[in-house]
Write a protein that binds this ligand. Structure first.
Ligand SMILES: Cc1cc2nc3c(=O)[nH]c(=O)nc-3n(C[C@H](O)[C@H](O)[C@H](O)COP(=O)(O)OP(=O)(O)OC[C@H]3O[C@@H](n4cnc5c(N)ncnc54)[C@H](O)[C@@H]3O)c2cc1C
Length: 430
């Protein structure tokens, strides 16, 4: 391979603040709000033009594992209800209006005083002599800029910041390196909920089976064999019917190709259903995701690694910051074996994610939140969902703020202080 040596550049240090959050998905947005509410001057970098990550840029529309999540997750649910953007379907999991969610997350950040930087890529990280993360470098329309902070949070989902800082990480299955498939979602209109009720799902299997059969009747086979329709409103729906197999979160060319193939597939599926006539006769895609949904990227090594044994035994921890109740949920990695699920025959019991799984092992001053926290492949397939992303974000934000304000590293902050600060956040009036 030909190598090009980039010349050394003078990069202006744009600002120093207390806490920098990289990535504005559910975990990053929650981390930034929590850090700012805990009194830290907080800045958040996001490469897209809104907060929410998979929730919004990915058009996901469905949040799981929210039942026992005090603090920001409960607050987001209450706000979605108040704004008429909340559509449960049995149980506590719920669909939300994506556009309303973008606004809600911006409102939360705005009220807390988080400084947002959209369209800004975090591209490098620099450690000081003390092995402490000192600054991050961004690329945007403003060029290359450097930003100092006392504490950093990697909420990029893919663990970009941790990798840039030199942390060890896992990616994919421990034995083969295979990752779960990516999925592009779309929103559609032109049908009424009452007319397609048997096909509308949530967690239930039966509507998915009916939709798969309906697609077969239309002469098409989706790449995801558990296709799902989420009802957002009576006349607005999300369709999850695509799997893009064997694509790595770290391969831009692969992600591009997967996105192009996925978009073409979704249009093909919807056109086929439309040709069936009523109730699908007027079905139209109004948007495909700006970002293909990436189920897994790097899992940055932390002081603790959440493992499948934790799930099977239902382990709790003194420094538990998030109790996960979602099962092991591996979307099949190899389409030759299955285009549905492959959860290795294991069952999870409710278990804790400890704060230590959010604190980077190899570099000081760095926390992780959301799907890039420290864990193994099977454990990640469980704790990666929305309710847990927000809750790990909340704990990372509070810890980063306490570290920054006291001049300590995150691992030096006493657990009792973190626990009290999370309790205060959860007790705030809604
Ligand atoms: C297809 C799919 C379906 C899913 N279904 C469900 C479901 O039904 N219910 C549920 O609860 N969960 C579901 N999940 C899981 C859940 O949505 C995600 O795991 C959750 O969004 C994780 O939040 P996060 O903030 O860690 O990551 P993300 O949502 O991925 O957010 C990461 C953010 O970081 C930004 N970013 C990344 N790299 C950089 C960088 N270098 N510089 C700046 N910004 C960067 C991204 O643009 C993004 O906004 C699904 C996930 C996928 C992919």
């Amino acid at each position: 391979m030909e190598i090009f040596y980039e010349s050394r550049q003078e990069v202006p240090v744009a600002e120093a603040c207390d806490v920098i959050v990289c990535g504005g998905g559910p975990a990053g947005a929650a981390a930034a709000v929590a850090a700012a509410r805990a009194g830290a001057r907080t800045r958040l970098f996001e490469m897209h033009g809104c907060l929410g990550g998979t929730w919004t840029s990915g058009l996901l529309s469905w949040i799981l594992d929210v039942a026992n999540k005090p603090g920001l997750m409960a607050e987001i649910i209450a706000e979605c209800k108040r704004r008429g953007a909340y559509a449960p379907r049995g149980g506590t999991d719920f669909a939300y209006d994506v556009e309303a969610m973008k606004l809600l997350l911006e409102d939360l950040c705005g009220a807390a005083g988080v400084r947002l930087h959209y369209f800004t890529h975090v591209v490098a990280a620099v450690r000081g002599k003390d092995n402490r993360l000192a600054l991050v470098v961004t690329e945007s329309k403003s060029g290359r800029q450097a930003w100092r902070a006392a504490a950093f949070i990697d909420a990029t989902g893919d663990g970009d910041l941790g990798a840039q800082a030199g942390c060890g990480y896992g990616l994919g299955r421990e034995d083969t390196g295979q990752c779960q498939p990516m999925s592009l979602e779309c929103h559609f209109i032109g049908v009424r909920a009452a007319d397609i009720e048997p096909f509308i799902g949530g967690g239930q299997a039966e509507p998915k089976r009916r939709l798969l059969a309906e697609m077969a009747r239309a002469g098409v086979e989706p790449s995801y064999h558990a296709p799902t329709i989420f009802r957002i409103r009576d006349d607005l729906f999300c369709l999850a019917a695509n799997h893009q197999y064997k694509v790595l979160a770290t391969d831009a060319a692969g992600i591009t190709q997967a996105t192009i193939e996925a978009r073409a597939e979704l249009h093909r599926l919807v056109e086929a259903l439309r040709r069936l006539g009523p109730p699908w006769a007027e079905m139209r895609i109004v948007a495909t995701g700006e970002q293909i949904g990436v189920r897994e990227g790097r899992r940055i090594h932390g002081l603790y690694r959440v493992t499948i044994d934790d799930l099977v035994e239902g382990r709790s921890h003194e420094d538990g910051i998030c109790n996960v109740r979602f099962p092991i949920d591996v979307h099949a990695v190899d389409p030759a074996r299955s285009k549905g699920f492959d959860s290795a025959g294991k069952r999870a019991r409710p278990y804790d994610v400890p704060l230590r799984a959010l604190i980077a092992k190899d570099v000081d001053g760095l926390l992780m939140a959301g799907r890039c926290i420290s864990g193994d492949f099977l454990a990640h397939s469980s704790y990666r969902v929305g309710g847990d992303a927000v809750t790990t974000g909340q704990a990372a934000g509070v810890t980063a703020a306490l570290a920054a304000k006291s001049g300590r590293t995150p691992r030096e902050v006493p657990w009792a202080d973190v626990k009290a600060a999370i309790g205060q956040l959860a007790a705030l009036p809604k």
